[in-house]
Design a protein around this ligand. Sequence first.
Ligand SMILES: *[C@@H]1O[C@H](CO)[C@@H](O)[C@H](O)[C@H]1NC(C)=O
Ligand SMILES: *[C@@H]1O[C@H](CO)[C@@H](O)[C@H](O)[C@H]1NC(C)=O
Length: 320
Amino acid sequence: MAFVPSWACLLVGCISASLAVSSKISDVYPPLWEESPGQFNDYKVENEKYIIDIWNYSQRLGMYKILLNQTTKYFEKFAPDNEQNLLWGLPVHHGWQYHTGRLADPTHRTGCGHRPLEHLCLSVDSWWADVNYFLSIMPFLAAAEAGILGISPDDVIFLPPPKDQKRFCSDVSSCHASFPEAMKNWNEFYQHVKSPSSSFDDLLKYIWDAHFSSLKVARKNFQSRSKYYSKPEADFQRNWALFVDYLAPPRFPTTLVRMYEFQKGLPARILLSRDKGPFIRDLTGFQNTVLLLLDFIHKVHKYTGKRYGGFVFYDFYRVL
Ligand SMILES: *[C@@H]1O[C@H](CO)[C@@H](O)[C@H](O)[C@H]1NC(C)=O
Ligand SMILES: *[C@@H]1O[C@H](CO)[C@@H](O)[C@H](O)[C@H]1NC(C)=O
C-alpha cells in the first residue's frame, strides 16, 4: 500500500482504519454539531408548524442531525454508533463549507457569515450555500415523505432567503414540481433505506444517484454565482462539482470517518486570486495535491470527454 500515491488514496477513500479506533467518534462531527437543534421541538413553533431558518448554519445542520438520528436504526445493521450511516456525507461536507468560510457573503456587501454576530448566517450569494440548499431540503423533505422523520413534510415551514426566492423550492409540492427527478431519486433512496433486505452497496448506489441529481439541478441554477469569486476559487468549484461526477460512479462510501478523512484534502480556506497552484504555501501537501488532481480531471474531461475521464478514474480505483 505504501507506494500508492496519496491522491489515489484520496480518490478511493483509502483511510487508515486506525482513526476509527484511536479517536472518539464525536471528534469528527461537523462544527457546532452538539449545540445545534437535534429534535423538532428545538425549533420555533408557530401555528403548530416548525419554523426552520434554513439560511442559518446551525438550523440547517440541525435538519441533518434529525435526519441522522431518525435513520440510525436502518444503518445499525452495518456498524454500531451510526458510523456507517451514508447520510453523514452531507453534514460533514457542510461543516467543511462553514469552517472554511465558504458559506459567507462572497460579495462582502453584507456581514452575512462574516461578522461575529452573523457567523451562522448562510449567504444566498454563496455558491456553496446555494448548492448545499438542494442537498439539505431535498433529502429532508423526502425523508419526511417516506415517514422516517415522524412528522409530515407539511408540518415544517422553511424561511425564504432574502432574495432569489423563486430559485429555491421550499416545500414538497414545489420541490417535486421544479425538480421531479431529484425528488424521485431521494424517495427511492429512502424506500431502500427502509427495506430490511437492502445491502450497504444498494444504499450507496441510491444515495449517490439522488445526490448526483440534486447537484445537477443546483449547479445549473447557480453558475452565475461564480463571478463573486476569485478565478482559483471559481475553478475549484467547477472542478469540485465535476469531481463529484466521478466520485459517484465508483460509489465513495460517505460514512462519518471516511468523509472526515477525505475532507482533509480539501482547501482549508477560500482560494484567492494570488493563489497559484501547485504549491499554495498555507495549504497542506495533501490539499495542494488534491487541487492539482481536480484540475487534471477537469482537463481530461475537457479534452477527451467524460467517458475517458471516467476510465482514468476507474484505473485509479482498480490500483487498490
Ligand atoms: C435521537 O435524538 C433523541 C433526542 O435528542 C435522543 O434521545 C436519542 O437518543 C437519539 N437517538 C439516536 C439513535 O441517536
Ligand atoms: C441561528 O440559529 C441559532 C440556533 O437556533 C440561533 O441561536 C441563532 O441566533 C440564529 N442566528 C441567526 C443569525 O439567525
